[in-house]
Write a protein that binds this ligand. Sequence first.
Ligand code: AMP
Length: 429
Amino acid sequence: MAVNKVNRLKGTQDIMPDEACLWQEIEDIARDTALTYGYRLIRTPIIEETALFARSSGEESDIVKKQIYSFPDQGGRDICLRPEATASVCRAYIENHIDKAEGFVKLFYSGPMFRSERPQAGRYRQFHQIGVEAIGSYSVYLDAEVIMLLDDMLKRFGVFGHVFHINSLGCAKDKSAIKARIRQALKPSLNSLCPDCRRRYDTNILRVLDCKAPACRDIIADIKLGNTLCRECEQGFSTLQRLLQNACIEYAVDDRLVRGLDYYTGIVFEVTSSALGAQDALAAGGRYDNLLSDLAGPRIGATGFALGLERIIQAIKDKDALKTRGSEALKVFVISLGGAAREKCFYILSVLRKKGIACDMDYESRSFKAQMRHANKVNAGFVVIVGDEELAGGECILKDMKDSSQRRIPFDGLAGEFNSVKMRTKRNA
Ligand code: AMP
């Protein structure tokens, strides 16, 4: 009987080893950069109570209304696959009483997110974000710091030519003033807006500015917003711009920039890249001073960003440079000639691996030539060769693949030969 093939779900991807090297490298660079700026790793669950996102993102946000993967679990609880991580990090902050223990923290995360969107290039149902959250401060220096950290990460990944768009939604009073201004400006064109925006007009007016429908975009481009910031927020926004200029970060002020989620307040930003297609946003973030208290936590300020890994990979020009670094891991390939030698080689692998030296061998009794070809293919730095003659003499041949030089080494001295190699990890090579 024919067996049906099971395929991956729509909007998900298999990251095969060649590309996974690149992912690994990007995550390593992101982690190292975040650590340099004093951000520490946090891991939160992938499943959460749906209520967490309904409360944080807003019942009317697209994430909650259309995109959340929620379902009842066996116990009848309404749970979901997380659509983003900021709310989870804030929940963890509150649940672990970090406000009492540390107060201010800088956190970094990386992992899969899930949104039930219409899949297209650059838009997936399972995608991956790297993000940071600085929780416990209202300082504008942190808004500048997260933008500088993001810029630094992007450059270290090899992404160039990206643009920062920044805006300030101001304090709660300013945000209400902006909403009122938009509502008034859009009133005459209400019937020309898309059905979603007609609904948003009453429920989530800021999101109209974010709409990608061509008719809405034209209407939005024509409305005049003017300055809606109070003195204090205006000053904060000017300070941010000065700090970014001092750091030589190019930005454009965009008074139409809002973020799709209710919890954003104050300074918000987005990074776009011309290397991407229609989905040109590489990363986005901003301040969310009300979120912790909305989740029954303390009233404290916070800011952060999330970048999309799939889009970063798409935007990196020189993928091969990163890929080669990631695939350099295998240092030694052990070649056996004959059945008895194979058992010895298998033992040699176990000795080298226990010392942390990455190595492998052929398990298919292939010819010497075929094994050498494989050693080249996997980029081995060294080849160890064992045949009957070497076995009898208690030694092996060590070949340096860089200059093809080779010499004989006693079996028990082999691991010592790689001591210096072992220390040369791909990061400090
Ligand atoms: P957001 O959490 O919506 O602010 O998105 C932050 C970043 O995550 C975006 O700038 C994208 O790079 C990425 N992103 C968001 N949604 C998706 C998706 N469905 N597929 C791939 N990347 C996404």
